[in-house]
Design a protein around this ligand. Structure first.
Ligand SMILES: Nc1nc2c(ncn2[C@@H]2O[C@H](COP(=O)(O)OP(=O)(O)OP(=O)(O)O)[C@@H](O)[C@H]2O)c(=O)[nH]1
Ligand SMILES: [Mg+2]
Length: 318
């Protein structure tokens, strides 16, 4: 071991300690956030049946005696139709450049889509680190069809290793984790061992509210929603007060989110309160408001105000 390595690795860690950033990338809805949450054993990133759930880069830090994996969950890569979408795709692509390992997740219950082909192309052009392919949702695929589907994805990029997994049921999740650790470089812990994410409680609360909107509302409404936490106060050790605004793009969407007699907003609030209480480990008093911010997804100033700010660029160009 070199002198330089000795400096990087504190004595308490084994000599072969591995660490690094693992970019979780793929098209929307393939199960990236589900897989990260499964490895962390808690809800770090919100999950929904609808595509384009994750909008920002979210870290999930898994620390074990022999390694520290920093998962970087990213928005699904797609063809964007507005500035928010462009922001999401750029965020995901920038993450590729900072990664030590790329974990490319695909939906094994369907053959590759044009978006998968494009991502394969991007990876062929941009990736300088090992790419591990995880063919997810195999619980939905008859055993005899699995290898055939995997072969179609394997042909799309230069793949270092691959696994057929089910993020929800657990098939091959441990095997995949071993592959990730094996592909990581030797290195120190980048984060304290008890830190699991880079998100603060305000961001988490906003996301858990948005998750309920995704669950309860349909068509274009979930995609037109942003959540801002206006106030977050600890009233005591056991109780926090949170006041948040659900921003939508049009008056008609506001009516849908409020619902008849306020019923929809009440359901969103009840669901979110339970999730936030679970995440924070204390009781929460949650107050929700709904406001129209016209065309916020196309407005650079509003995007910034809502917290959609690009992560710094690693290299010269996207
Ligand atoms: N059957 C099955 N469903 C899964 C599996 N993994 C994830 N899902 C479901 O797929 C849907 C999308 O999961 P997410 O984790 O939100 O997907 P994502 O890739 O993070 O999506 P974006 O954030 O939109 O890019 C959810 O309904 C999950 O429950 C799996 O292994 N099997
Ligand atoms: Mg996600």
């Amino acid at each position: 071991m070199s002198d330089e390595m000795d400096l990087l690795i504190p004595e308490s860690l084994p000599e072969d300690h591995r660490s690094g950033f693992v970019a979780l990338v793929g098209r929307p809805n393939v199960g990236k956030s589900t897989l990260m949450n499964a490895y962390l054993g808690q809800k770090i990133a919100i999950v929904s049946e609808k595509p384009q759930t994750t909008r920002q880069r979210i870290l999930g830090i898994l620390t074990e005696p022999k390694y520290q994996i920093v998962f970087v969950d990213t928005p699904g890569i797609h063809s964007p139709h507005h500035l928010l979408g462009e922001y999401m795709v750029t965020t995901a692509k920038r993450t590729l450049k900072d990664a030590d390992v790329i974990l490319w997740l695909v939906d094994g219950s369907v053959p590759p889509t044009p978006e998968d082909v494009d991502i394969g192309q991007t990876l062929r052009e941009a990736a300088k680190v090992p790419i591990i392919l995880a063919v997810n949702k195999i619980d939905l695929v008859p055993e005899g069809d699995r290898d055939g589907i995997a072969a179609q994805y394997l042909a799309l990029a230069d793949i270092h290793a691959h696994a057929l997994i089910s993020a929800t049921r657990g098939d091959n999740r441990d095997r995949l984790l071993e592959m990730i650790v094996d592909a990581l470089p030797l290195g120190p812990r980048y984060f304290p061992e008890d830190q699991v994410t880079d998100q603060d409680e305000r961001f988490l609360a906003a996301e858990l509210i948005r998750e309920q909107v995704l669950r309860e509302c349909h068509q274009e409404v979930p995609h037109s929603v942003a959540v801002i936490v206006d106030e977050f106060k600890d009233r005591s050790d056991e109780l926090s007060y949170i006041s948040a605004t659900i921003a939508v793009e049009r008056e008609s969407q506001k009516q849908i989110v409020i619902g008849r007699g306020g019923g929809m907003l009440k359901r969103i609030g009840q669901g979110a309160r339970l999730e936030i209480e679970k995440a924070l480990g204390r009781r929460v008093y949650l107050e929700l408001w709904v406001k129209v911010l016209p065309k916020w997804r196309r407005d650079p100033a509003l995007l910034k105000r809502l917290g959609y700010v690009l992560p710094p660029e690693a290299d010269s160009k996207d």
